[in-house]
Design a protein around this ligand. Structure first.
Ligand SMILES: [Zn+2]
Length: 122
């Protein structure tokens, strides 16, 4: 069962504060079927490149939101980890559309992972 959205919201706000970010929205994707096994059975590349992926997004008005795939919300710890990763992309690089594929792959992605797991900011 998905953790209470209010708990996830407060985790998100804690992580926003840690990076001194504000005004970032949150979207929980919950496309049918609402079944973790369904998402877990999908290939990772599919998760990364379709509309169901967990990612930082920029809105028309230049504000940001982070959308979370149901898998990212499976437990509070998993959610916090995903939130740290996506918020670090915003903190460091702004929106990923501005970043080329190779920069994302070799610089921006690894930087977000270092922050996500080791709290290292590069
Ligand atoms: Zn990333």
């Amino acid at each position: 069962m998905t953790p209470n959205p209010n708990i996830l919201q407060s985790i998100f706000e804690e992580e926003l504060k840690t990076l001194n970010l504000d005004d970032i929205g949150i979207v929980f994707l919950n496309p049918p079927p609402d079944d973790y096994n369904y998402y877990e059975s999908l290939a990772q590349w599919w998760m990364d490149f379709n509309d169901y992926s967990t990612r930082a997004q920029k809105q028309q008005d230049a504000s940001f939101f982070v959308q979370f795939n149901p898998l990212s919300c499976k437990t509070p710890a998993k959610f916090r980890s995903a939130a740290r990763h996506e918020l670090y992309h915003i903190y460091r690089d702004g929106h990923r559309d501005r970043i080329g594929f190779f920069r994302r792959l070799f610089i921006s992605g690894p930087a977000a992972i270092l922050y996500q797991y080791f709290n290292i900011k590069i």
